[in-house]
Design a protein around this ligand. Structure first.
Ligand code: MN
Ligand code: MN
Length: 420
């Protein structure tokens, strides 16, 4: 149901509201047991359940991200070539470009018109709606393409989406497509300047395997951890510690911008909690210093076809529980956020006491690449953070695979951590 950060934010807010959470802007005074949220520009969300303990003892945080790799439309997307109308795209996040051709795509997002009206676009998900696609060269004529390295065979500028082929009365395919778009959405070509439109795989999430032990879907990085984070917060008993869930945007492009984890909008949320609970003297830095966090993000599962990139004894395996990563980053631990031995021990003891089945691993072998999460941003604030999430096969592909069991263990991990 949720394929973009906007759709996910909307779902999260609906779920929070139906569980008694209210917009922190509309609250004057907060006390233990109160539930609040802040929606940041419709693209990221922070939510909290106020605890009984003093805030200077810190939050228990679970932080995930709700953006996923995809294809964004360029500011001037629509053009015509060889009697076809196409949309130019700019890919978002780390994708293997060849995986995004010849699959059904849907188009989602918003266009803001000059009068300020926001038009929502969501086409390609329902059975009776058309889809879109990016074509590829037929094998018969692909001799030159085969000569390229896999990373160069499809270029970013080749990722153009086919959107129409019938000409207008003046023989313009582009004009005819624009006319249909105008009739359907009331927007003009110039309005694409003020739009945020994303093409995403049109596949539905499905059970996978004869035993239905897995789920295959687009965007499970990181909505599998976001969903479990949300359910954990909603279902955890209000307790001693103030529990906070983060649903950040822009992780896939390096956590930059005012909806990303790096934005001080999160500090604003923390400050509102501090002031509305009557702790005006408390600095949020002091509170952060005593806070503990699970960085809720997926990690790579060992793939039997490509196990040469995994250090198997330190790899995460599908069906073996939630994955804890003491550190992320690349070779030489560059840009790594690493949890202390003390905090790691605290987390495993919480899990052991609550029958949370976990495994310890790292993303891959040294020298094979690397990756990060939002962990370092919170760690830089002084918070104790450890990465903890669901192993994924075919991460960042249009059809990512996770285990049902690992997903449930991820949920249990977050819920028990909140209540610790
Ligand atoms: Mn992720
Ligand atoms: Mn990712």
């Amino acid at each position: 149901k949720c394929k973009t950060e906007r759709e996910t934010s909307k779902y999260i807010i609906e779920k929070l509201k139906s569980n008694g959470f209210i917009d922190i802007k509309n609250v004057k005074k907060l006390s233990s047991g109160d539930k609040v949220y802040m929606l940041n520009r419709d693209k990221s969300v922070y939510a909290a359940v106020i605890g009984e303990e003093k805030l200077e003892n810190g939050f228990n945080l679970v932080g995930s991200h709700i953006d996923s790799p995809r294809l964004d439309l360029k500011p001037n997307p629509l053009y015509e070539d060889a009697k076809l109308a196409l949309f130019k795209t700019h890919y978002y996040g780390g994708i293997k470009k060849y995986q995004w051709t010849t699959i059904p795509l849907s188009l989602k997002g918003v266009v803001v018109k000059p009068n300020g009206e926001k038009v929502e676009i969501n086409i390609g998900e329902k059975e009776d709606e058309p889809v879109f696609t990016i074509t590829d060269i037929l094998p018969h004529l692909a001799e030159e393409q085969y000569e390229n390295k896999i990373g160069k065979a499809i270029k970013g500028e080749d990722l153009n989406i086919l959107v129409g082929s019938i000409p207008s009365s003046s023989d313009s395919i582009k004009e005819n497509v624009m006319k249909i778009i105008n009739e359907k959405y009331g927007i003009n070509e110039i309005d694409f300047y003020s739009s945020e439109l994303e093409a995403v795989p049109a596949f539905k999430a499905r059970h996978l395997g004869f035993d239905k032990s897995m789920v295959a879907a687009y965007g499970q990085d990181d909505r599998v951890c976001s969903y479990t984070n949300l359910l954990a917060l909603v279902n955890a008993k209000p307790g001693n510690k103030t529990m906070v869930s983060i649903f950040a945007d822009k992780e896939e492009i390096g956590s930059v911008g005012n909806t990303s984890m790096s934005t001080q909008a999160f500090d604003l949320f923390s400050k509102m909690i501090i002031s509305k609970t009557g702790n005006k003297e408390l600095s949020e830095l002091e509170m952060y210093y005593n806070s503990k966090m699970l960085s809720a993000d997926v990690t790579a599962a060992v793939d039997p076809d490509y196990d040469e990139v995994s250090d198997v004894p330190n790899g995460n395996v599908i069906g073996c529980g939630v994955a804890i990563e003491k550190y992320t980053g690349g070779s030489g631990k560059y840009s790594a956020s690493e949890a202390t031995a003390k905090f790691t021990s605290e987390v495993t003891q919480i899990f052991d006491k609550n029958d949370v089945i976990y495994q310890f691993g790292v993303l891959g072998k040294q020298g094979k690449g690397g990756g990060g999460t939002i962990a370092y941003i919170l760690a830089n604030k002084g918070i104790d953070v450890i990465d903890c999430g669901t192993p994924v096969l075919a991460m960042h592909s249009p059809f990512e695979v996770v285990s049902v069991y690992d997903t449930y263990m991820t949920y249990l991990a977050y819920k028990t951590f909140f209540n610790s």
